[in-house]
Design a protein around this ligand. Structure first.
Ligand SMILES: *[C@@H]1O[C@H](CO)[C@@H](O)[C@H](O)[C@H]1NC(C)=O
Ligand SMILES: *[C@@H]1O[C@H](CO)[C@@H](O)[C@H](O)[C@H]1NC(C)=O
Ligand SMILES: *[C@@H]1O[C@H](CO)[C@@H](O)[C@H](O)[C@H]1NC(C)=O
Ligand SMILES: *[C@@H]1O[C@H](CO)[C@@H](O)[C@H](O)[C@H]1NC(C)=O
Ligand SMILES: *[C@@H]1O[C@H](CO)[C@@H](O)[C@H](O)[C@H]1NC(C)=O
Ligand SMILES: *[C@@H]1O[C@H](CO)[C@@H](O)[C@H](O)[C@H]1NC(C)=O
Ligand SMILES: *[C@@H]1O[C@H](CO)[C@@H](O)[C@H](O)[C@H]1NC(C)=O
Ligand SMILES: *[C@@H]1O[C@H](CO)[C@@H](O)[C@H](O)[C@H]1NC(C)=O
Ligand SMILES: *[C@@H]1O[C@H](CO)[C@@H](O)[C@H](O)[C@H]1NC(C)=O
Ligand SMILES: *[C@@H]1O[C@H](CO)[C@@H](O)[C@H](O)[C@H]1NC(C)=O
Ligand SMILES: *[C@@H]1O[C@H](CO)[C@@H](O)[C@H](O)[C@H]1NC(C)=O
Ligand SMILES: *[C@@H]1O[C@H](CO)[C@@H](O)[C@H](O)[C@H]1NC(C)=O
Length: 701
């Protein structure tokens, strides 16, 4: 096993430096390429609710919905932090006629005593409590949110320890419109019998370790034969045929790739930036060492300036989501990087909405962020088609998506969102009628041909995301939502039509359990292996970090069942750095250079803006300065040390130790980068190698 891959299994390789570190990399002086305007670009919006005179506050643009109606200023304004649950009604399961009636008080009593009964294992207690909850959820679903609030307070739910007042957090979180309605559905619809793994996954992943994780499932031969319609390996003619599917040209096409903007309209200049409880840079953030609020600040209560430990600056702050000032600067930089002719294509790999407490989010906030940011993309990128993916935050209740198969029409509870984005993307000119219809029927996913011979398949990854409670229903089926079936069918169509495919999604797959459920991940690996000749590239995000994943052939089962020999590398997924600096990242923007015939990536350029330069300033003379940080080929394309050690094994003859200029930066390239890192450890440390998924604390999902 290669050292670099040990902790993240074979799924993830290589390093993150670049935009993910707040200090300049000393070995590679970054080159300034663009200084954004100091002034806020009010002309990008129809009008402004508020325009500060200097940099004493963040401008507040008027964002209009897809029908042209303005969202009200109070929706997303630093001075109006919500202190109660959103008015969205929420969704409960329908009561089941066959369910026998139970007494809510009796269920509460039994659940409490079960949780306290230490003569049972924690796993048995968890499962028994879930089954008791299920009896109530199926007979009197409207009683469950209240019960959840009571239990949450009684047991001081430990996840809420990061909030100033656990009891209040319980009350605000488990409303029917928030987590309460969602959990009630999961309790009602999950298969909690011993034959199913739903209770195991819920108790292992959802309730943090009450049960051991179920063994990773190996997909059976029968299942895979059916899944791939008996064609388990790529047909010989597909393997043999040329990858040139696009028009011949000597000029690479330029593709913009951004992700994870997380615009925070409630970002308040001068608010507490180093706060004790999430989330910072808002009027209700405080640091207990300088201000003890003894609970939540509500309504218009704010922290006096002398009680702020670190004041939020105008351009944004590491640890906070992106204010409009930063977002506008990023769009100006993107426009500049596109040059006169603009980009040939743009990818947006999801997450527009700010991180916030669940009760601070709402359907309107999601629509506001979608309209505001996709309209900005249209404004700054002109006629360039943007292919976007739904992120886990682009939803309300946040993190969620429900499979169509839920009974009583509950499978349509997120249709308001898919319907909204389909209309919006169509308005921006990125989709036609039939593609918009696909967005509505495939949870926001769609498939299109933006360039001749290239098919881009964007799909909703919430169904393998463990933050989505609905993903715990019918876990033995690796594709209960049908999403991967649809992706597979699109891949088959592309293979038949001799198209090359880009896969676009938000939440990265992986076996580590950090983000994704193992069964859908496993199935996705089979799909990637089967369509390795058709898939030219995969694009995911979510981690906010500049990292990537190499897929190796035939890894059916678990992390250790795959061989990570470079010769077995079949697929490559890059993960995009974020625009939001929330996780101590500098905002990043990436530009891909793509071969117009094969749609393979020949190089990419990473740009970023070092926020620390403006962090301590109350006002700046210019806007943010954006730098070119590195070219992937230039930085990683030297394999001479691995070659010398006899460990270079990609099927490409090197050109004096270098990856030849004609060869793409494909899976073989990136697998070789890890071979080179073994032979030249300073390469790894130089790039601040960071085992993202190993050190991740799971705080910022
Ligand atoms: C605790 O669990 C054990 C084992 O299932 C059971 O025998 C006992 O009655 C339970 N005690 C209470 C107070 O529920
Ligand atoms: C929280 O709620 C529990 C259960 O209702 C109660 O016993 C406890 O006193 C409350 N804690 C605080 C700090 O109010
Ligand atoms: C609160 O402020 C103190 C003093 O400035 C600082 O040391 C500490 O890191 C801050 N706490 C948090 C959680 O940021
Ligand atoms: C605010 O700071 C002052 C000292 O500057 C301190 O006396 C006061 O207790 C602080 N307020 C709170 C609520 O902590
Ligand atoms: C704060 O809100 C309360 C009640 O909503 C209101 O009566 C009061 O005038 C407000 N104070 C300020 C300073 O706006
Ligand atoms: C954008 O598309 C419109 C409509 O097809 C066209 O009129 C316009 O010239 C295009 N703009 C640019 C900059 O290519
Ligand atoms: C939408 O575009 C696709 C090609 O990208 C085409 O096959 C389809 O017929 C178009 N649908 C409509 C309704 O125009
Ligand atoms: C992982 O897969 C390998 C080979 O298929 C198997 O031997 C091993 O028991 C599996 N490990 C786990 C934890 O399932
Ligand atoms: C990567 O590109 C090289 C050069 O075209 C090719 O030989 C190799 O098979 C490719 N690797 C994969 C995994 O497609
Ligand atoms: C910003 O101020 C903090 C606290 O005063 C200091 O620790 C930090 O070094 C300063 N950063 C820069 C880039 O000047
Ligand atoms: C490639 O790396 C080796 C060290 O392993 C170094 O000696 C050589 O100069 C590098 N080649 C280029 C073109 O940078
Ligand atoms: C060469 O590869 C082997 C097997 O992965 C590894 O054990 C060894 O450390 C590598 N040697 C160098 C110099 O990279």
């Amino acid at each position: 096993m290669k050292v670099l891959l040990v902790c993240v299994y074979q799924a993830l390789a290589v390093a993150a430096w670049t935009s993910s570190t707040l200090s300049y990399p000393s070995h590679a002086p970054a080159t300034p390429v663009f200084t954004a305007s100091r002034a806020f670009p009010t002309s990008a919006f129809s009008s402004m609710y508020f325009m500060p005179r200097k940099q004493e506050a963040i401008p507040r643009p008027v964002v209009t919905d897809v029908d042209g109606k303005p969202f009200p200023d109070r929706l997303n304004n630093p001075a109006s932090m919500p202190s109660s649950a959103p008015k969205d009604s929420g969704v409960l399961p329908a009561p089941q006629a066959s369910a026998s009636s139970v007494s809510p008080a009796q269920i509460h009593h039994e659940v409490s005593s079960t949780i306290r009964n230490t003569s049972m294992s924690s796993c048995s207690r968890c499962k028994k409590a879930l089954r008791l909850g299920q009896s109530l959820a199926q007979s009197q679903p409207h009683k469950v949110p209240g019960l959840l609030i009571q239990l949450c307070k009684e047991f001081q739910y430990k996840q809420f320890g990061r909030n100033p007042d656990v009891n209040r957090t319980c009350e605000l979180s488990y409303t029917t419109g928030g987590q309460g309605g969602v959990f009630t559905q999961v309790l009602s619809y999950a298969d909690l019998s011993d034959e199913s793994t739903d209770a195991d996954y819920l108790c292992a992943q959802f309730f943090y370790g009450f049960c051991p994780m179920p063994e990773p499932a190996v997909l059976s031969e029968d299942f895979l034969n059916d899944w791939f319609d008996r064609q388990r390996t790529p047909p010989a003619h597909v393997k043999a045929r040329s990858k040139d599917v696009g028009p011949s040209s000597h000029k690479n096409i330029q593709v913009l790739w951004t992700s994870d903007i997380h615009v925070d309209g409630r970002y308040a200049v001068g608010a507490e930036a180093e706060c004790s409880y999430r989330y910072c840079c808002r009027s209700n953030s405080f640091n207990t060492s300088t201000f003890d609020a003894h609970g939540y600040l509500t309504g218009n209560q704010t922290v006096p300036p002398q009680n702020i430990s670190t004041s939020s600056p105008y351009w944004g702050y590491e640890g906070c989501d992106a204010p409009w000032s930063l977002v506008a600067s990023a769009f100006e930089a993107m426009q500049h990087l596109g040059g006169e002719s603009g980009f040939d294509l743009a990818l947006y790999t999801g997450d527009l909405v700010a991180h916030a407490q669940t009760w601070e989010e709402s359907r309107d906030l999601v629509r506001y962020s979608e309209s505001g940011l996709y309209d900005m993309m249209r404004h700054y990128l002109g006629n360039t088609t943007v292919v976007a993916a739904i992120g886990n935050h682009d939803s309300s209740p946040t993190e969620h998506a429900a499979p169509h198969a839920l009974p009583d029409d509950r499978g349509r509870q997120f249709s308001w969102d898919w319907g909204y984005v389909s209309k919006l993307w169509q308005k921006e000119g990125w989709l036609n009628d039939s593609q918009a219809q696909t967005v509505r029927t495939h949870y926001g996913g769609y498939s299109l041909q933006p360039l001749p011979g290239l098919r881009v398949i964007s799909f909703n990854t919430d169904f393998w995301y463990r933050g989505n409670s609905f993903a715990f229903i019918h876990t033995s089926n690796p594709d209960y939502s049908g999403t991967l079936r649809w992706v597979t069918d699109e891949l088959q169509r592309a293979e038949d039509a001799n198209e090359r495919v880009w896969i676009v999604g938000h939440v990265l797959p992986g076996w580590d359990g950090y983000s994704s459920m193992d069964r859908p991940t496993n199935l996705f690996y089979q799909i990637v292996t089967r369509y390795q000749h058709t898939i030219a590239h995969m694009f995911f995000a979510h981690s906010h970090e500049d990292t990537l994943s190499v897929f190796y052939a035939n890894s059916n089962g678990n992390s250790s069942s795959a061989s990570t020999e470079t010769s077995r590398a079949v697929g490559i997924s890059l993960f995009s750095p974020s625009v939001t600096p929330l996780t101590n990242m500098n905002p990043g923007i990436r530009v891909l250079e793509v071969d117009p015939q094969t749609y393979e990536i020949m190089d990419y350029h990473q740009y970023y803006t070092p926020l620390q330069d403006v962090q301590n300033k109350t006002s700046t003379d210019t806007g943010l300065v954006w730098y070119h940080l590195y070219s992937a080929r230039e930085t990683y394309g030297n394999f001479s040390a691995a070659e010398k050690a006899g460990n270079y094994s990609a099927p490409v003859t090197l050109d004096h130790g270098q990856w030849p200029s004609w060869a793409p930066l494909n899976a073989s390239f990136w697998a070789s980068v890890s071979d080179e890192m073994l032979a030249r450890p300073e390469l790894a440390s130089m790039f601040h190698a960071r085992w993202v998924l190993c050190s991740w604390e799971g705080v910022w999902e």
